[in-house]
Design a protein around this ligand. Structure first.
Ligand code: 5GP
Length: 199
């Protein structure tokens, strides 16, 4: 990957109108959590899906808030009982998944539900909810992405390299998404999401 700005093309929105299921995907450290958090504060009527993961919590994270942190056995059980809408092993290390129940409930209630998940998960949701709006959050440039990842300092250098390898694959596949939003500033990215999701 060169250090040129990475502003990939999207395939374009297929429909307009109220959005129920929305997927927000994008590479490591692009700021998905920050942007979705700000969206939730400005639009408390939306539901944000809370994932389960076998990854251990970071010092700043709280169980039941950022994720439900569960054991590999618990994760296996969720898969076996059909409790996950989608799941994936991310960055070749830990598993992450979207509990099915809360998403189905939000859809039944006609509420917009946002899933912040990786590329593999986005592909699975495309099968289950073809009408979902899928948004790819992109960094203003590759160098900026690297800077954000190093700057947050929550991963070892080896983990950072692994995450950047995954990021290259994700950026190369951004054209699968309905829209690409560049996270240059949080306010700008949130405004674009509000527009795309007709909130
Ligand atoms: P992190 O470890 O930085 O919290 O997340 C790593 C990656 O896992 C991010 O790309 C994030 O979007 C993705 N992820 C988080 N929750 C889920 C989920 O439920 N399903 C899938 N497929 N990916 C997830």
């Amino acid at each position: 990957m060169s250090s040129d700005p990475v502003i990939p093309k999207s395939r374009g929105l297929r429909h307009r109108g109220p959005v129920t299921v929305a997927v927000v995907s994008g590479p490591t450290a692009v700021g998905k959590g920050t942007v979705v958090g700000a969206l939730m504060r400005s639009h408390p009527e939306i539901v944000v899906s809370r994932s389960v993961t076998t990854r251990p919590p970071r010092p700043s994270e709280r169980d039941g808030i950022d994720y439900d942190f569960i054991t590999p056995d618990q994760f296996d059980k969720l898969i076996d009982t059909g409790g996950l809408l989608e799941w994936a092993t991310v960055h070749n290390s830990h598993r992450y998944g979207t509990p099915r129940g809360p998403v189905e409930q939000a859809v039944a209630d006609h509420r917009t539900v946002v899933l912040e998940i990786d590329l593999q998960g986005a592909r699975q949701v495309r099968e289950t909810y073809p009408q979902a709006t899928q948004i790819f959050l992109a960094p203003p440039s590759w160098d900026e992405l690297v800077r954000r990842l190093r700057g947050r300092g929550t991963e070892t250098p080896k983990q950072q390299s692994q995450r950047l390898e995954t990021a290259k694959v994700e950026l190369a596949n951004a054209d699968e998404f309905d829209a690409v939003v560049v996270n240059d500033t949080v306010d700008h990215a949130v405004a674009r999401l509000v527009d795309l999701l007709s909130l």
